[in-house]
Design a protein around this ligand. Structure first.
Ligand code: RAM
Length: 514
């Protein structure tokens, strides 16, 4: 272990582990999936002719199916009761279940040929029971709005009833969201804020998960944005604190933390390194101290944050450029994005946030060597990407929202320059736009930094209301209005449709006084 207190930090994290709050919800209707070229991904749901009363009395034979709509996205365990219509069942009962966040999951078959993740993230399940009647709670937790139930291999000698179906939803915060929006919003903004909070709620388990359907783990990049949204809503700061200690506790033997970690059976380093994520740990810690005033935690973890910066600065080459080859700098899903200007701006932003935190904690001398670097780093970034250019551009001439956002966040561009560059960039058809909600958030955060709150609000409304129009009640990992099936994994079926990093509109509304 690199830091002498790592074991203690994991104990601190363990002591902060929340007890999950459980609430039970019944399905609201039966639905069917209909092909519709005008609908998101080509599918929509509509009410089934059969209703829930039918299900109460129906006796089902082999190969029958129905789809339940729980009315809203939930994360939890399915409960159900199965009975025979006779006094016996002469063979085991088998049900095929599909849990779905979106209609496509209920109906499309996954072609695994070009898929980069395990097909086991698909939420399909088969259960077999020997004796009836039986009341069951499924052992695995699922993230879903819809559940498709299909009977398999039921012998003709008897039929079954499936009843008392419910979802035992779980999260570390209450399920009700309406009263969690502490400021007045117009109806349209309110719907966006609600979906934003539902997304956050369903990711708030015993850690801030990235997606309750897929990955189900703690990532620094996602954590930073969740912690922001949490700070203006649930204010569950102990969960943020737990996550900060978990990352410090699983750092490797050089002191570098991974970009994500596994929480169970015991916390462990996932050996996954998107290098911009450990840099953002600093900002997350600094935000946490600012939101809570918990300086003791800041003092304990500041050296860990500084160590991340030290290790990351070692990736600067003699020419001042960061090594890109054989290193993963995430920044955004868009592979065409030239990351160099983004990394330069991001590192300056993270260094500045560490320096400000150190000053606040009375530990300025600890961050002094970083503070001294800022003018030189800024000069270099300006000379490479800003000076003499109407809009910041990479060495290849690429103009991107990502470069603009991070150079603005790092104050490589001053607010006036940033504002006029943004207005020009917005009109440039070739400018590379954010490839998803994560980078979109940083563009809006940068606009807020420079006082362009109205523009941030306008863009947030356009972006996130598009998701609502597509039928979502939580916000997805990937969003591209021109390509609804876009996926970094080779299939839209493995995308997560309730995803941490898309939850920030509520924070944007809070900053802009919408
Ligand atoms: C994915 C997850 C996560 C993100 C990383 C970079 O696997 O969606 O949210 O932070 O990639």
């Amino acid at each position: 272990m690199f830091y002498p207190n790592q074991t203690k930090w994991l104990e601190t994290a363990e002591a902060l582990k929340p007890t999950l709050l459980k609430e039970t919800f019944l399905p609201t209707r039966l639905v069917k999936v209909v092909a519709d070229s005008a609908a998101f991904q080509g599918w929509r749901v509509e009410a089934d002719q059969r209703d829930l009363a039918w299900l109460e009395t129906a006796t089902l034979g082999d190969g029958e199916s129905f789809i339940l709509d729980f009315g809203e996205h939930r994360v939890g365990r399915l409960q159900l009761r199965i009975e025979s219509d006779r006094s016996f069942n002469d063979a085991p009962i088998r049900l095929k279940l599909i849990f779905a966040e979106i209609p496509a999951e209920l109906t499309e078959t996954l072609d695994t040929s070009n898929v980069s993740l395990s097909r086991n993230w698909l939420q399909d399940e088969q259960i077999t029971v020997d004796e009836l009647p039986v009341s069951l709670t499924l052992s695995r937790r699922f993230a879903f709005r819809y559940v498709r139930v299909e009977t398999v291999g039921i012998p003709s000698a008897f039929r079954i009833h499936i009843r008392d179906i419910a979802c035992e939803a779980s999260a570390s915060v209450p399920q009700a969201i309406k009263h969690m929006i502490p400021f007045h919003l117009s109806t349209g903004d309110h719907s966006i804020a609600e979906a934003s909070l539902r997304t956050l709620r369903d990711c708030m388990q015993t850690v801030f998960e990235d997606g309750p359907k897929r990955d189900r783990r703690l990532w620094i990049g996602d954590l930073r944005l969740q912690a922001l949204a949490n700070s203006v809503s649930y204010r569950h700061f102990d969960l943020v604190k737990r996550c900060l200690y978990l990352f410090a506790g699983v750092a490797d033997d050089k002191g570098l933390m991974p970009s994500c970690l596994y929480e169970t059976p015991t916390p462990r380093n996932a050996q996954c390194f998107a290098m911009d994520y450990p840099a953002l740990y600093t900002v997350t810690l600094s935000d946490y101290v600012m939101h809570t005033g918990d300086e003791a935690t800041g003092r304990e973890l500041l050296p860990v944050a500084l160590r991340q910066l030290e290790l990351l600065l070692a990736y600067r080459q003699a020419d001042g450029l960061y090594q890109l080859k054989n290193i993963w700098w995430f920044i955004d899903w868009d592979d065409s994005l030239d990351r160099q200007p983004c990394i330069q701006g991001l590192m300056i932003c993270c260094i500045k946030s560490a320096v400000v935190l150190a000053q606040r904690l009375g530990m300025a001398e600890m961050a002094e060597k970083f503070a001294r670097m800022i003018p030189e780093l800024t000069r270099l970034a300006r000379s490479l990407f800003v000076d003499g250019k109407p809009v910041p551009a990479s060495a290849s001439g690429q103009v991107s929202w990502g470069a603009w956002a991070w150079l603005t966040k790092g104050v490589v561009l001053n607010p006036e320059e940033a504002a006029s560059a943004f207005d020009r960039m917005r009109l440039l058809p070739g400018a590379v736009k954010p490839g998803g909600p994560y980078l979109m958030h940083y563009c809006l955060e940068a606009l807020i930094d420079i006082g362009r709150k109205e523009t941030a609000l306008e863009l947030a409304r356009i972006y996130w209301s598009g998701m609502l129009a597509a039928g979502f009640d939580t916000f997805p990992e990937v969003w591209d209005i021109t390509n609804p099936k876009r996926s970094p994994y080779g299939t839209h079926l493995l995308n997560s449709y309730c995803h941490a990093w898309s939850c920030t509109p509520v924070w944007i509304f809070a900053q802009t006084g919408a």
